[in-house]
Design a protein around this ligand. Structure first.
Ligand SMILES: [Zn+2]
Ligand SMILES: [Zn+2]
Length: 355
């Protein structure tokens, strides 16, 4: 098999040829056809997350040490499986759910793999989908997406399920309420699409890039805000008529957190999803007096992936712009993403690669 691997953090990925793994027990070998490129791959590539105040969280401290293969938006064809893998057939086209937990602890037993403290995520803690082949530990992590475009289906594994899970953390809305989507990259645009699919119409998209705001409008955002305005918080409050019930932040930097928290109505909820980094300094009494809350949202669970795929199958979920490129251009894709030149999602095409 051919993989594009991180050999050294922050340096171009290298094409590596290895023996194709043989599935054992419950394992399934998937031949990758499409593999989405996610913004969080940039952090994994760099090898750390910025915790603010000069502090960093290093991937190597969680056992993620080069050489390794990134890629957590896998779509492909079942090629082989172990003797104990039930309910799976060769030739089936499937999304691979990447947010895999230990499978044994109470949260995993409840189907909340993404709350497991010993996660073994695809493309993070185990080899990922920037590869012609991917070994999946159990057939339960394969999701049928028949009828959905393959590149779009791949992106549902992270950007789709992450947006869906974040939107599900928005509390019940009244008729006047608005929701702000802060950051209209691949995941933010999917959130606009999920909100629309769920019938939530009062959506204001926020970004610093006019092209991304235009894409958000096309997907159903009623209003947009260029957050470079010095009085962006007041502008956001005004656009929502004082009824901003939720702000979902797909950037996650101090400025976007202050924007989201600052613009909420009383009782509002700020859902933090982006991992850009930094730290938050905010007056504590405001949480009490304004009855606001801050909730984190990390990827999503298998059931949520199935639900977002169901929306896509029913054509209720519009895809964000997709740019499919040959797998050989994996490094360009990462560079373009880093420079903010990607509108929507880049998806790598592995079909042309022979291994
Ligand atoms: Zn991702
Ligand atoms: Zn677990």
């Amino acid at each position: 098999m051919i993989s594009y691997q991180v050999i050294e953090h922050g340096k171009p990925l290298q094409k590596v040829m290895q023996e194709t793994p043989k599935p054992k027990g419950t394992e399934v070998l998937v031949r990758i056809t499409r593999s989405g490129v996610c913004h969080s791959d940039l952090h994994i590539w760099d090898g750390y997350f910025d915790l603010g105040g000069g502090k960093r969280f290093y991937m190597k401290d969680r056992g993620c040490v080069p050489p390794f293969t990134m890629g957590h938006e896998p779509f492909g064809i079942v090629e082989a499986f172990g003797a104990n893998a039930k309910g799976v057939k060769t030739g089936q086209k499937r999304i691979v759910f990447p947010w895999i937990g230990c499978g044994k602890c109470p949260v995993c037993r409840d189907g909340l793999d993404n709350y497991c403290v010993a996660m073994r995520s695809v493309g993070v803690m185990r080899p990922g989908a920037y590869s012609t082949h991917l070994l999946v530990p159990h057939p339960r992590y394969l999701v049928d997406a028949s009828g959905v475009d393959e590149a779009f289906a791949a992106t549902l594994a992270c950007s789709g399920v992450t947006a869906y899970s974040a939107v599900s953390k928005v509390a019940k809305l009244n008729a006047r309420d608005w929701v702000a989507v802060i950051g209209c990259g691949g995941v933010g645009l999917m959130a606009v699409s999920v909100l629309k699919a769920k019938g939530i119409r009062n959506v204001v998209a926020c970004d610093v890039d006019q092209g991304k705001l235009a894409a958000a409008s096309k997907l159903g955002a009623k209003l947009t805000l260029d957050t470079r305005a010095p009085d962006a918080t007041q502008k956001l409050q005004a656009l929502a008529g004082g009824y901003l019930a939720a702000a979902i932040d797909f950037v996650g930097m101090p400025a976007t957190a202050m924007l989201g928290l600052g613009a909420l109505r009383k009782g509002g909820r700020y859902v933090l999803c982006g991992l850009y980094g930094g730290e938050l300094v905010h007056p504590l009494p405001a949480f009490v007096q304004r009855v606001i809350s801050l909730v984190g949202s990390y990827v999503g669970n298998l059931q949520e992936l199935k639900e977002v795929v169901a929306l896509a199958k029913k054509k209720k979920l519009k895809p964000s712009p997709l740019d499919t490129r040959p797998a050989e251009r994996a490094n360009d894709a990462l560079e373009d993403l880093k420079a903010g030149r990607v509108l929507g999602r880049v998806v790598l095409d592995f079909e042309g690669l022979e291994a």
